[in-house]
Design a protein around this ligand. Sequence first.
Ligand SMILES: NC(=O)c1ccc[n+]([C@@H]2O[C@H](COP(=O)([O-])OP(=O)(O)OC[C@H]3O[C@@H](n4cnc5c(N)ncnc54)[C@H](O)[C@@H]3O)[C@@H](O)[C@H]2O)c1
Length: 239
Amino acid sequence: MRRQAVVVGAGGISGAWLPVLPEEGVEVAGLVDLDESRARAQAAKCGLDPLVTTDMKRAIRQVRPDLVVDLTVPDAHSAVTCTALRLGCHVIGEKPMAASMGAARRMVRTAEETGRLYMVSQSRRYHAPHAGLARALAGGAVGRLTALNCAFYIGAHFGGFRDRMAHPLILDMAIHHFDLARLFSGADPRAVYAASFNPAGSWYAGDPAATCVFEMSNGVVFTYTGSWCAEGMHTSWHG
Ligand SMILES: NC(=O)c1ccc[n+]([C@@H]2O[C@H](COP(=O)([O-])OP(=O)(O)OC[C@H]3O[C@@H](n4cnc5c(N)ncnc54)[C@H](O)[C@@H]3O)[C@@H](O)[C@H]2O)c1
């Protein structure tokens, strides 16, 4: 059955979603961005002809979509998602879920109150190597897992909202690695010690580096060191 979506946010990551939605039977009937010219340019680039506007409520009322796809910046996720849920739409949104625990709890409460489905896309667990490793670990390929380690070092020069966030690494990037630790361990974190910092030579206002020790609910210990302002010997984007 063909579904209709209003996509909110026409920045970098929309270039990954907009071509794929039609392939999956979802018509992009509306495209919303605070910068209308950016939305128009993205629609044209992807060969789409949606309603383009800066007003999400108007797009939802006019299109009456089955779902809203929230591709806005993290600070906007809570307001965009809660508004779309209250207007009767299911929502799938980009990670990170929200910029704070309070905002994330509001989103869960709104989904419960409205009876609509809210999902967060954690795309990296579906990469074939990650899915394969998770299957191998669950099948006992290395015996009982007791520890996981991840080191991540990339010098990312995106500009934009990441350069201004208080915790660009933890909120916007390490969330992928933390989710992979949940996938590989088959457990959720029970406790964490984390120290974030802003290394010398950094071009970020907030902390693009961190060291964390997680205690998972099944006793696995997950250690993480990462930096998003590391020039030189880079790891992969998966750590
Ligand atoms: N899964 C992944 O691998 C992956 C990769 C990149 C980005 N992301 C996530 O996607 C989201 C967007 O990242 P990006 O790189 O596309 O950012 P971006 O800054 O390139 O684009 C964000 C867009 O949202 C628009 N916007 C902001 N607030 C809005 C609002 N209230 N209503 C409508 N439009 C609004 C901005 O004008 C901008 O065009 C972030 O949450 C980011 O973490 C995920």
